[in-house]
Design a protein around this ligand. Structure first.
Ligand code: 4AD
Ligand code: MG
Length: 433
């Protein structure tokens, strides 16, 4: 009788039966009489117990010399064992090496972060890094389910674009054949607005690029952003949607990725508090809070990392800050009718110092005013004619936002730095591997 091939994740369904697990050797120790192999297969980790009586002299000796990350197929019987990490063990009957591995460069000792980042293609095999990537997957899946379930249509926006969306200082220029310069998209928003006029409620979800010259723990040069956009919607509609989306993702990760959060030693109590309603404050009030907390902040300025941390520290869950000064926001923001120096914008700040996770608002839907803004910002009008068309032909109030996947993952996983939230981070001094 052949053994059933299974994943470690599904091992609980095979207690008392012969299974085959195909994976890699994570760790190895021996008592002399018995070798304990910790296997990983991508879905989880399990201890395999190897005795001479069960596998024979040759395999037994070989098992004691396997290098870390040797790939192997192990067959054996699954045993429930409360003392085992994960709750199950395999009593090995046969063991076959698939690919040898010698002198694996990432050992259980401490390595510096640059050393690890240089070996990111291997580092992702570690328990912690794999847990983070699983949380990331859950976040992405949760976003899609949430939006699809609310009638949003996925409409992809281009990565090569002819003009800026989020200011001209963070553009990556790429030669586009020999007749033009393309810019890697900073946000799909402008196209999203056109798509919303065609489809009602839409989203785009893909990589976005910012030539961020700063080295902070919150910035990547390539990051993934989900951007929902709604026709016939206001600033508060966008804020409501952002709040519901964040709550739904946090709930889902708590529910489905408890094991990963445990590996990451994440304090989940802080995440359990993420419930509706989020506090909503005006930028004006945010300034008062910062001043009361003794920060040297003046009305009109944009929040830096320490300001966001201080503001978030004032609340026990994410906070939505609305109505930033128009001068510090993008050209497409609609002004507040009562106080035109303000924009109908919203940022959602995560707790525990993770900063802005959502940025968005209501869009400028008036043709004449938009044209004025494009000129003020010295943007090339020709490149925005199509965008102006949306205001020429049946303009409606509309709103949306962008949420950065990596910022959310860093927060949910409780990470020091955003660089571990994406398989291959791109930063000012990091383009490899
Ligand atoms: O606030 P941002 O710049 O907003 C926009 O791009 C809008 N056009 C989105 C929209 O309304 N459709 O970026 C949105 C979010 C931020 O809140 C943050 O989560 C993330 O994208 N983000 C970054 N994440 C990682 N590295 C960076 N350099 C980021 N810049 C923004
Ligand atoms: Mg922003």
């Amino acid at each position: 009788m052949g053994a059933t091939t299974t994943t470690i994740e599904a091992i609980a369904g095979h207690v008392g039966r012969e299974v085959a697990v195909r994976g890699w050797l994570h760790r190895r120790r021996s008592s002399g009489k018995i070798h304990f192999l910790t296997l990983r297969d991508g879905s989880g980790f399990i201890q395999a117990v190897v005795s001479k009586a069960a596998v024979g002299e040759e395999s037994f000796t070989r098992a004691d010399h396997l290098g870390q990350e040797t790939s192997l197929v192990v067959e054996g019987t699954v045993r429930k064992d409360a003392r085992a990490p994960g709750g199950y063990e395999i009593d090995v009957s046969t063991l076959a090496v698939v690919g040898e591995s010698h002198d694996y460069p990432i050992t259980p000792k401490e390595h510096g972060v640059d050393y690890l980042l240089d070996r990111r293609h291997l580092w992702i095999r570690s328990r912690r890094q794999a847990a983070i990537l699983r949380v990331r997957h859950e976040v992405v899946d949760g976003i899609r389910d949430f939006l699809n379930g609310r009638g949003f249509i996925l409409a992809d926006t281009p990565i090569f674009t002819p003009a800026a969306c989020e200011g001209t200082t963070t553009l990556f220029a790429v030669p586009y054949f020999d007749h033009a310069t393309a810019y890697l998209t900073q946000s799909g928003q402008l196209y999203n607005e056109a798509n919303a006029m065609a489809l009602g409620r839409v989203y785009c979800f893909g990589p976005t690029f910012r030539a961020e010259k700063s080295k902070t723990r919150r910035h990547l040069t390539e990051f993934w952003m989900v951007e929902p956009e709604m026709a016939y919607a206001t600033l508060d509609d966008a804020t409501d949607l952002a709040e519901a989306l964040v709550v739904s993702i946090v709930e889902r990760v708590l529910e489905r990725r408890a094991r990963e959060l445990e590996v990451l030693e994440r304090d989940t109590a802080a995440l359990e508090r993420v419930r509706s309603p989020f506090p909503r404050i005006a930028y004006d009030e945010a300034v008062d809070i910062l001043k009361a907390r003794g920060l040297p902040f003046e009305w009109g300025g944009d929040f830096g990392g320490p300001d966001e941390t201080a503001l978030a520290g004032h609340f026990d869950r994410p906070v939505a800050v609305q109505r930033f000064p128009a001068a510090i926001k993008a050209f497409y923001m609609k002004p507040d009718a009562e106080r035109p120096e303000l924009s109908l914008s919203v940022d959602v700040l995560a707790p525990e110092g993770y900063g802005e996770i959502v940025g968005g608002g209501e869009r400028l839907d008036d043709y004449a005013l938009l044209l004025e803004r494009i000129r003020e910002h010295e943007l090339p009008q020709e490149a925005f004619e199509w965008y102006l068309d949306l205001r020429r032909y049946g303009s409606v109030p509309h709103a949306g936002f962008g949420m950065g996947v990596e910022r959310v993952v860093a927060w949910l996983c409780g990470l020091e730095h955003i660089r571990e939230t994406i398989p291959y981070p791109r930063m000012l001094y990091r383009l490899t591997p």
